[in-house]
Ligand binder design. Structure first.
Ligand code: NAP
Length: 546
């Protein structure tokens, strides 16, 4: 067959498919992937389980939900028109504003016409005969597409605790990640919040303001530091806009794409006085500066980490009136920054309010949920509302909840038993033409920055295939093994990888997620991009094409 004949056959085959590409998820990843693939002339359909765009920012509408990254560093950078048009109201915007932003993007780029809402994907099976993906929705609808792009986020499979009696409770209850659009009326009521991760901390701060009484059920405390949010005046927004090129360039250079730069000094290279002054300045500063802009050894040197933890512990003691409560709020099982640091606004002062009390589940475990509230080992509590801020089956959980099968009918979930293995976090051997945005072992951090990079890399790869009439691509097993070695190597020595958290693949509420695995790429984003750029520049020799 001549090249022209081959191209004709391929065009015919593609026409027989419903779409060139199916993208799962209409959050920030899915919307941008749609925009870029459509630009290349591909027929794309985005399948979204929700009724609106925004992903994380659509589902997590709990009270107090807001950015922990600076708003202006989090928006898309690809469209000057969008940057010109959109003003951020706050340094760390709240969920309603973020959802408005996502809606504006969907409208501005006319994305909705290619997004199918209320479409939850049940399965995706690769058909070797014909080299396409058959994607089946919950309602039985089947679509066939050449490419499958997962844009499902890292934290999109909410998990409930395995308490007995959850459904017996007669009051209102919900998970923070599935907060109803109609809201929950808790003003003046007796409210319980279970969980004190980043979501719980944000929700507790807000709910404590109007709840009749709030009881916080905390298992292991976290190290929380001040967000220092504030409105952005119009003139300042103009300055930010003028500085966008430098700002995005800065995000490209930092380890995790935040605006904060790690201090090149070691903790012990300065005097104690200088060290404390630096930490005071960081504590008074904005956002993740204290975590992502600390001394370079803070997350690898035990003694440096211990001193930093002591510094934050003292701050907690200063802010909480009751010394016993203060001690309960200070972690003793992990050092500062080794789990994701929740960002707070008067969180610790919440425990000085007369309408709030803290129950340590380490001392007083929950035994069951009852019709009227919560029974612990010590007593029965009565509530009108119970809020589960109990986190997510992170990174691989949303993949696991779909029946994804590659060549030889192999399930992705089985392939990833013992921990995920990928090529640059985007591809998996045996799963041809499947691309993951923010997949396991891709660079994380200030996510939209990494999302834009992943999306464009996938677009370029598909473009490379289209230009050469290639139908199918797959990561070579040896490329996956090499990437995995690199990821493991980068994880060595990091204190965070010695701690149980979603970042080390632990979720006590999910079967099979009780052993620590490296689910995260712990190298820097610039290193990650350099590796991916090298792959593209080398004509993708790490992949196999047919
Ligand atoms: P999380 O950090 O995993 O916290 C879950 C909380 O629930 C923990 O306090 C955990 O206690 C508790 N918990 C879970 N199961 C429990 C059980 N069976 N019994 C008692 N307590 C239980 O989840 P999250 O707060 O939703 O945050 C997840 C991630 O989402 C964050 O790390 C962050 O990356 C992201 N997030 C981002 C933002 C933002 O950027 N603005 C806001 C919120 C969340 P243990 O610690 O003892 O397990």
């Amino acid at each position: 067959m001549t090249a022209v004949q081959k191209a004709d056959v391929q065009t015919e085959q593609n026409a027989a498919l419903d779409f060139d590409a199916i993208v799962i998820g209409a959050g920030m990843s899915g919307m941008y992937q749609l925009y870029r693939l459509r630009e290349q002339g591909l027929r794309v359909r985005v399948l979204e389980a929700g009724t609106g765009v925004g992903g994380t920012w659509y589902w997590n509408r709990y009270p107090g939900a807001r950015f922990d990254s600076e708003s202006y560093s989090y928006g898309y950078s690809f469209s000057q028109e969008l940057l010109d048009e959109w003003d951020w109201d706050e340094c760390f915007s709240g969920q309603p504003e973020i959802e408005r932003y996502c809606n504006l993007v969907a409208d501005k780029f006319d994305l909705r016409q290619d997004i199918q809402f209320s479409a939850r994907v049940a399965s995706a099976h690769f058909k070797e005969d014909g080299a396409f993906w058959a994607i089946t929705l919950d309602d039985g609808t089947v679509y066939r597409a050449r490419f499958l792009v997962t844009a499902i986020g890292l934290l999109s499979a909410p998990t409930m605790p395995r308490f007995e009696g959850i459904n017996d409770f007669k009051g209102q209850w919900c998970h923070t990640g599935l907060w109803p659009k109609t809201g929950i009326d808790y003003a003046g009521m007796r409210v319980a919040v279970i969980g004190t991760g980043a979501s719980g901390v944000q929700a507790i701060q807000e709910i404590s303001k109007t709840a009749g009484h709030l009881t916080v059920f905390q298992r292991r405390p976290n190290w929380c530091t001040p967000l220092h949010n504030r409105p952005i005046p119009k003139e300042e927004m103009e300055e930010i806009r003028a500085g966008y090129p430098e700002l995005f360039e800065l995000c490209r250079q930092t380890a995790a794409c935040f605006v904060h730069t790690i201090d090149p000094r070691g903790t012990f290279e300065v005097t104690e006085e200088e060290r404390l002054a630096f930490w005071e300045q960081r504590y008074a500063g904005q956002g993740f500066g204290i975590w992502q802009g600390n001394f370079r050894d803070m997350l690898v040197d035990r003694e440096a980490n211990r001193l930093m933890s002591e510094f934050v512990a003292d701050k907690i003691r200063q802010r909480v009136n009751d010394p016993k409560t203060a001690e309960l709020l200070i972690p003793d099982d992990h050092g500062f920054g080794t789990r994701r640091v929740p960002q707070e606004t008067h969180y610790y002062e919440v425990y000085n309010r007369p309408n709030v009390n803290l129950v340590s589940m380490l001392a007083e475990p929950i035994e069951r949920i009852t019709e009227t509230g919560i029974r612990t080992s010590a007593q029965d509590y009565e509530f009108d509302v119970i809020i589960y801020a109990t986190g997510f089956d992170a990174v691989t959980g949303t993949f696991d909840r779909m029946d994804i099968r590659g060549k030889d009918d192999q399930r992705l979930k089985d392939k990833w038993t013992g921990g995920p293995k990928t090529f640059v976090g985007v591809m998996v051997d045996g799963f041809p033409n499947m691309f993951m945005i923010m997949g396991p072992h891709a660079a994380l951090g200030n996510n939209p920055r990494s999302i834009e990079y992943n999306v464009e890399w996938i677009r370029d790869l598909i473009g490379h295939m289209t230009d050469r009439d290639l139908t199918c691509t797959e990561a070579r097993p040896e490329s996956v093994a090499q990437w995995n070695d690199f990821v493991q190597e980068k994880a060595e020595g990091l204190l965070s990888n010695e701690i149980d958290s979603w970042m080390t693949g632990i979720n006590m509420n999910v079967e099979g997620k009780q052993t620590r695995t490296i689910v995260r790429y712990s190298g820097t984003a610039p290193e990650y991009r350099a590796k991916c750029d090298e792959v593209a520049a080398g004509d993708y020799h790490e992949l196999r094409f047919t």
